[in-house]
Design a protein around this ligand. Structure first.
Ligand code: PLP
Length: 463
């Protein structure tokens, strides 16, 4: 290519103003939200990197497609268009639309798990783990060791530890109804899984007679990493790579709010007829008739188009480059983050940046609050608040204390990223003045969404 700048591969047709606030206004807003960024009003946020889930911009083709939505209760044309789009990529026999990813998880686990069962994964996402644990089953994380070494450069840190998988299946195989792999590994830093690893997990699952499911939320980003990092895939299209990835699995859960490029939606797909029948029955109870599954016909249309657009090479190149670009800016000033940068997000390593804050004063949560106060940037903690509370009610430190800056799809431009880099650099410069938090109200499940905090000492920022 002649020029090195990778531009946003779109023009902007509709704009949504964002509101500037002062530091004082933000300090009040976060205090009133109990220092919980989930409880902030979005209008008080300047750059919202809380999540890449359902927050992206839809294309003109998607909006046009929505006008074609068929709202028939059963057998709508939009369902078949959606099913075709999913099957073109996955080739899975049964496709159940759901209102988002966690509904697919709840239906799957509610249909096939029993108390005491074990579900291995590279790393379970929080909703996946919560849906497993709500049945009394166990979500087992077995990522490769590199996944927990933030500074180790490895092309596929999302891989599953194959030896650990064999050990579980040998020793506790009777308790394992299925194996999952999350692509990319969101809770492990948005790191990709190699095709070789997916293939190897599949072979082990075949050997032990276990169904293998992908948590496929970011399948297209994972396919792009395989294309640029794994030998033998450079000349394949993202669609061909995704098709190969799905050819190794028996089923998938998907949040279309990520690589479906939609604001809502998801699906559960699988080959097993008996499981599909059980899941359909469960779906009718909670989501609706299996040809709409909690979605409007127009949502199904938007997802069908999104699943095509997300595999566009120009889009994926720009997408992965945006996060990598932020990484380069931060590396230049020494901010510690998980390397290499992930697909949908950059993860600042709060443990390394704030070594003076103990884990039970939640360093990553505190850092996230300070990024908001200083720059109006909303991020999310992936650390001891999210993962610390155990099913037996003990509290333990999370493996890593990370602040995730998740990039909504097709939403922000390079100047937003430049601003973001400046804010992080500024906060890095004041890191010695940041103090920890204590939790003063804690809900029993998924506590991070609604927990309330106060500064553990005199103030969150001292001096
Ligand atoms: C890896 C992973 N799995 C599952 C989910 C749940 O999807 P949803 O938010 O649509 O319920 C998410 C959402 O962030 C995710 O990142």
């Amino acid at each position: 290519m002649q020029f090195k700048t990778i531009i946003e591969p779109f023009r902007i047709k509709t704009v949504e103003p964002i509101r500037q606030t002062t530091r004082e206004q933000r300090a009040v807003a976060i205090r009133e939200a109990g220092y919980n960024f989930f409880l902030l009003k979005a209008r008080d946020v300047l750059i919202d990197l809380l999540t890449d889930s359902g927050t992206g911009a839809m294309s003109s083709r998607q909006w046009a497609g929505m006008m074609m939505g068929d709202e028939s209760y059963a057998g709508a044309r939009s369902f078949y268009r959606f099913q075709d789009a999913v099957q073109k990529i996955t080739n899975l026999k049964h496709v159940l639309p759901t209102h988002q990813g966690r509904a697919a998880e709840r239906i799957l686990f509610g249909s096939v798990l029993n108390p005491g069962d074990i579900v291995p994964n590279n790393t379970h996402f929080d909703t996946t783990r919560a849906n497993i644990e709500s049945i009394g089953a166990i979500g087992l994380d077995i990522p490769v060791p590199e996944a927990l070494q933030p500074q180790t450069i490895h092309p596929f840190k999302g891989n599953m530890d194959l030896e650990a998988l064999e050990t579980v299946l040998q020793e506790q195989g009777d308790s394992v109804p299925l194996v999952m792999v999350t692509v990319t590994n969101n809770s492990g830093g948005g790191q990709p899984v190699s095709m070789a690893n997916v293939r190897a997990v599949s072979e082990i699952c075949r050997e032990y007679g276990k169904p293998f499911f992908l948590d496929a939320c970011r399948f297209a980003e994972n396919a792009w990493f395989i294309k640029i990092r794994e030998e033998g895939y450079a000349d394949k299209t993202p669609l061909e790579i995704a098709q190969e990835m799905f050819s190794y699995v028996d089923g998938a859960t998907m949040s279309a709010k990520k690589d479906g490029l939609a604001n809502i939606g998801g699906f559960l797909a699988m080959n097993n007829d008996d499981w599909a029948q059980k899941c359909r029955n469960m779906e009718i109870l909670g989501e609706g008739f299996p040809t709409y599954g909690g979605l409007a016909g127009y949502d199904l249309e938007a997802i069908a188009v999104g699943l095509e657009e997300v595999l566009d090479e120009d889009y994926l190149r720009y997408r992965i480059r945006s996060v990598e670009y932020l990484g380069e800016c931060l590396d230049a000033v020494g901010v510690p983050f998980v390397k290499p940068t992930g697909g949908h997000a950059l993860y600042i390593e709060a443990k390394a940046m704030l070594p003076h804050i103990p884990w039970n004063e939640y360093p990553a949560w505190a850092l996230s609050d300070v990024l908001y106060i200083e720059g109006g940037v909303r991020s999310v903690e992936i650390g001891s608040v999210m993962f610390g509370r155990q099913p037996d009610s003990s509290e333990v430190p999370a493996a890593m204390e990370l602040v995730r800056l998740a990039f909504p799809r097709r939403m922000y431009t390079q100047s937003h990223v430049d601003y973001l880099a400046e804010v992080i650099e500024y906060v890095y410069g004041m890191r010695d003045r940041i103090r920890g938090l204590k939790m003063v109200e804690e809900p029993p499940v998924l506590r991070h969404f609604t927990a309330q905090f106060e500064p553990a000492h005199d103030a969150l920022i001292v001096g």
